[in-house]
Design a protein around this ligand. Sequence first.
Ligand SMILES: [Zn+2]
Length: 331
Amino acid sequence: MIKKLYPWQDLLFSQWMQAGNSRHHALLFHGKAGIGKLDFARTMAAGLLCLQPQNGMACGECESCHWLSEGAHPDFREITPEDDDSGSESSKKKTRKRQQILIDQIRALHDYLALSTHRVDGIRVVLIHPLEAMNVAASNALLKLLEEPPQRTQFLLVSHQRQALLPTILSRCMQVEMPVPSMEQGLQWLQSQSVAHAEWVWHYSGGAPTTVLQDELDLHGWYQQFRPQLLRGAEMDVVAVVPVLIKLGMEQAIQALQKWLLDVWLSCNQQPLRYHPGDAGPMQPLASGVNLSRLLAFQQQLNRFKMTAQHPLNQELQLEQLLLQYKKMFG
Ligand SMILES: [Zn+2]
C-alpha cells in the first residue's frame, strides 16, 4: 500500500488528521486526475489505522501497517472497478465491467460493515475510487450507508468528476477540493523523482504530473516519434503513426490527439499553447493552414470516441480512421 504525500498536500493532510472525532464520516476528495488524490486518501487510511502514527503518518512498522502492506487489513476495504478474470467470451461485457463499480461490491460492503471491527475500539476505513464509476444501483446502495453510517467508520471517497455524482451522494459527504501543484512545486517534485525533461512533462501533463510516473513508457521519448508526424499535417504517414500511437493504449492515444488539437486551435488564435509550449514555433505554419470547422468537428468526434475507447476490437483500424480525419483538417 502506498503511503506518500505530495508537497502540495502537506497542509491539508495535517488538518484532516488533527480533526479527530470532529471529522466528517464521509470525506469526498475531488479534483482533476493526476494531482495525487488517491495517494492522499491511501496515506490517510494508513495513518488512521496505524497503531503508533507520527504526525498523522503511518509508522510502517506496526502490526496494522504490515497488514496494510500485505493488502490484508481486517479493518480496511478498498473498492474500485473490479477486474473480471472469468474469461468471459464476450469481450464487450468484460470491458464494461472493468469500468464500473457494481452493486454487488457495495452489497458486500454492507455485509462487511455489519460485522464488528477487528479491534474493539478500532476505526474502520472504506476507500472508494473513482466514485463516478458507480452505477446508479451501486450509488443508491452506498447512499444508505452514508445516511446511516456504522459507528467509527471513515469513508474516504475519491472522484475526478464530481459533476457526474448523484446530488444525494454529494449532500451526504464533506466535499474537499484537492489542491493542485503550482508550477514550481510540480517541477520541484518531478526533479526530486529524477524525471527527465521535467519541464516538458509538466506542460504535457497539463499541470497534473502524478500519473506520468506510473507509466512504464518514456513519454518524452515516445513524443519524439509522434511529433514529426503531427507536424506533417496533411502529409502524415498514417501507417507509420498507428503503431506509435497504439503504444499508449486507446484512451491515452485519444488524449494525445486531443491535446495536440487544442494547441493547434490556440495557435490559430495566437494564444499561448497549453500542452506543447516548446512547439509553438513549428506549430504556427501548421495552424495557419488548418480548416477550423473541420478541427472542431474532429474534436467532437474524439470526445465521442473516448466513451468507447476501451473497446479492444479493431483499435488499429479505428486509429487509422481518426488519423485520416486529422489529415483532412489540412486538406
Ligand atoms: Zn503503523
